[in-house]
Write a new protein. Structure first.
Length: 383
């Protein structure tokens, strides 16, 4: 029950009973005990906010602690601090150079974590863990970013060990697209779904898979690497060493490369989007082509995973209106009928915040360690 509240933030007694599969009376008895222990509280604030919910929502006691999420993106880092009731207490971001050094980025992030903890009022001893997202696939057995990472200085680093030394807290590490997926399920566009594919299109193309409400990593953490699906084995070289991966056709560099001959070399993503939204036929065509190619790849994924929802995120999310039509059409054309008709294509609701929020969600999903008040007492005694 504590784990369910940690993962979901707010749940009523009736929802807890349904999810655990026990009677309402049994849930009520346990809830009364957990409220008595100070681990669970009734959230009158949430009840007042959403009067459509029947019953008083319960949360973990926000005073009992919280978690930190850190996202290292290609050119920025973001830190989010949230309490156990999933309320964001503090959040900020910093720019990173395109060719940033990973260790310097970790120094900067650790300083920001310290600053935001001070602002949030959460004591460092109350932080259950730090969930860190890194740019690129992570070997889940070692926690180290793999050579296909889009930022080379991260490759092979013991990120959990090194960042934990800097912040003095337990650290969990994952690919930031996986964290984006988790965040959209916990906080964002996929809240009503449990089987979800999250796609992040930017300079790199990444993805995350959530099945049954839990992140699906596969044997070594490589699941969701949609960007390296082979589209044409004789196509252009990809940074992973293969030819013709999806990323070389739909990633940001491909979009800008297609427009360079007609719009010049200084075009950037913001301009591309502004021009497309202003009606420029060339930019709209490039985004539509990207949607079609991406949709074909996603149709294959739909046939294998049969998700309920596909969330389009990353720097791509603001272009949703221009790409979602072609994506939808390609899925309808290329996926099996029942797989195509059962999937919704939705825009990310969390935008550039998704991955850092996912870091917080990762701690609540996998690193909580507060199953009972006794466990917490043991943890506190160990400090
Ligand atoms: Zn590749």
């Amino acid at each position: 029950m504590v784990q369910l509240l940690a993962e979901n933030g707010l749940l009523t007694r009736a929802e807890l009973a349904r999810r655990i599969g026990v009677s309402r009376a049994a849930v009520s008895m346990t809830v009364t005990r957990l409220i008595g222990d100070g681990l669970v509280v009734e959230s009158t604030e949430a009840a007042a906010r959403d009067q459509s919910v029947l019953g008083v929502p319960l949360t973990l006691n926000p005073l009992a602690g919280g978690a930190v999420g850190v996202d290292f993106a290609h050119q920025s880092l973001r830190v989010v601090i949230a309490d156990l009731a999933h309320k964001v207490l503090a959040e900020d971001s910093r720019e990173l150079a395109l060719d940033h050094d990973a260790r310097e980025a970790m120094d900067l992030a650790a300083a920001l974590v310290g600053e935001l903890l001070g602002r949030s009022g959460l004591q460092p001893s109350g932080v259950l863990g730090v969930g860190v997202g890194v740019p690129g696939a992570v070997d889940h057995r070692s926690g180290r970013p793999t050579p296909s990472s889009i930022s080379p200085s991260w490759v092979g680093l013991d990120v959990a060990g090194e960042f934990s030394e800097r912040v003095g807290m337990p650290v969990l590490v994952d690919n930031n697209a996986n964290l984006g997926a988790l965040a959209e399920v916990v906080w964002g566009a996929a809240r009503d779904f449990t089987d979800v594919i999250y796609v992040k299109v930017g300079p790199g193309v990444g993805g995350g898979i959530v099945l049954g409400g839990q992140l699906w990593r596969g044997a070594t953490g490589m699941s969701g690497e949609l960007g390296h699906m082979t589209v044409d084995e004789t196509g252009p070289m990809c940074r992973c060493g293969n030819r013709g991966c999806l990323e070389v056709y739909v990633g940001l560099w491909a979009q800008l490369g297609a427009l360079r001959p007609v719009l010049g070399g200084r075009l950037d993503q913001a301009e591309l989007l502004a021009l497309a939204q202003g009606g420029d036929r060339r930019c709209r065509r490039v985004l539509a082509d990207v949607g079609t190619t991406l949709g074909k790849a996603l149709a294959n994924v739909c046939n294998i995973i049969n998700p309920e929802a596909i969330v389009l995120g990353g720097e791509f999310a603001p272009a949703f209106d221009l790409v979602s039509g072609p994506v939808r059409e390609a899925i309808n054309t290329f996926a099996l009928h029942l797989a195509a008709t059962s999937v919704e294509v939705v825009p990310s609701q969390l935008g550039e915040r998704a991955e850092a929020l996912g870091g917080v969600a990762l701690v609540f999903h996998e690193g909580v360690g507060l199953a009972t008040p006794a466990d917490r007492a043991v943890r506190a005694a160990a400090k």
